[in-house]
Design a binder for this molecule. Sequence first.
Ligand SMILES: Cc1ncc(COP(=O)(O)O)c(C=O)c1O
Length: 372
Amino acid sequence: MQPFLLERYFARHEFAVQHLLCASDCESLNLAEVLALAPPALLQRWETLHLGYTESQGDPDLRAAIAAGYTTLAAEEVLVAAPEELIFLFMHSFLHSGDEVITITPAYQSLHEVSRSIGCVLKCWPVRTSGTQWQLDVDELAALVTDRTRLIVVNFPHNPTGYLPPAADFAALLALADRYGVPIFCDEMYRGLEHTAHDRLPSICDAYPHGIALSGLSKVHALPGLRIGWLALHNATLLATMQSLKDYTTICNSAPSEVLARMALGAQESIIARNLAIIASNRNAAESFCARHPSLLGWLAPRAGSVAFPQWRGALPVDELCDRLVRSEGVLLAPGSLFNASGSHFRLGLGRRNFETGIARLEAWLESTQAT
Ligand SMILES: Cc1ncc(COP(=O)(O)O)c(C=O)c1O
């Protein structure tokens, strides 16, 4: 497998920089905050928790709580593991060398790199700019799908652009996939963070019988450190294959994480409201920052999620811009090359509390430097 560019970039800089302006998660909750949200029964469970191995598929109570968030799902149709691990388990359980796979691009690298490393034939379905918006054209997908297509991989809400398809386009995507009988793997790690509530799409596993949904607590619930995610799908054979492969990755989940995950799911309305308030404030700050420097920056409005992917219009190549910023200012942006993106873009993370301090440092540097 090729190195995971974004994760290697974060491994180098995340814990060293002063201003992490490109994180995709929301300001993490701490342990006391999660415990404060828990009902007495779960607190009791927490205090008397046995730190042994857990059920490989995931704690049954946790799976039931997860399934309750969907309209068509039973607890047996959920597999719990770390989100990144689930991408690996699914791709390795479902795909074979030579399979044709269509993947949204730009993308979080594992959404295309795992299938590429298996030997699949990859086709890219690009999210493009259209004025000050992002768009994804279902007609372009129609030109890519063939009788040999084995899987379509999408990510809604999308990282890094914050793109979310309108309901009619989502329906057209499902109709197209259904015509060819192609399963859709939808990475829904940011579903729940729609900037306007009624824009939320149904989960792929409720909307499409051959839909596989990936979700988890890392972004929407601000708990990436728990390493808890899940796959939701109506395919018992595939679930069994993935569970069996999991015996070679982590076997089972961490018991404390599973209990904390139940607490977070039980309080998700308030956690999501808190995260959306942080995102809304940072989004306004980012948009005005771009508007103050129109010759250098072009704002492209995200519709959902905790990231944005503005355009860099300066003379300096965007990779060099990011490199100079981290070295001289301790400000970390993520250049588009880390997502295999064309054009000149960088990712901004909108979920962290100290965002505006970092933007102020970035702005002061832009105004003082000749490098642009
Ligand atoms: C779109 C997408 N999918 C999956 C993941 C993996 O989540 P985790 O890091 O919690 O394993 C990420 C993390 O950034 C992501 O952005």
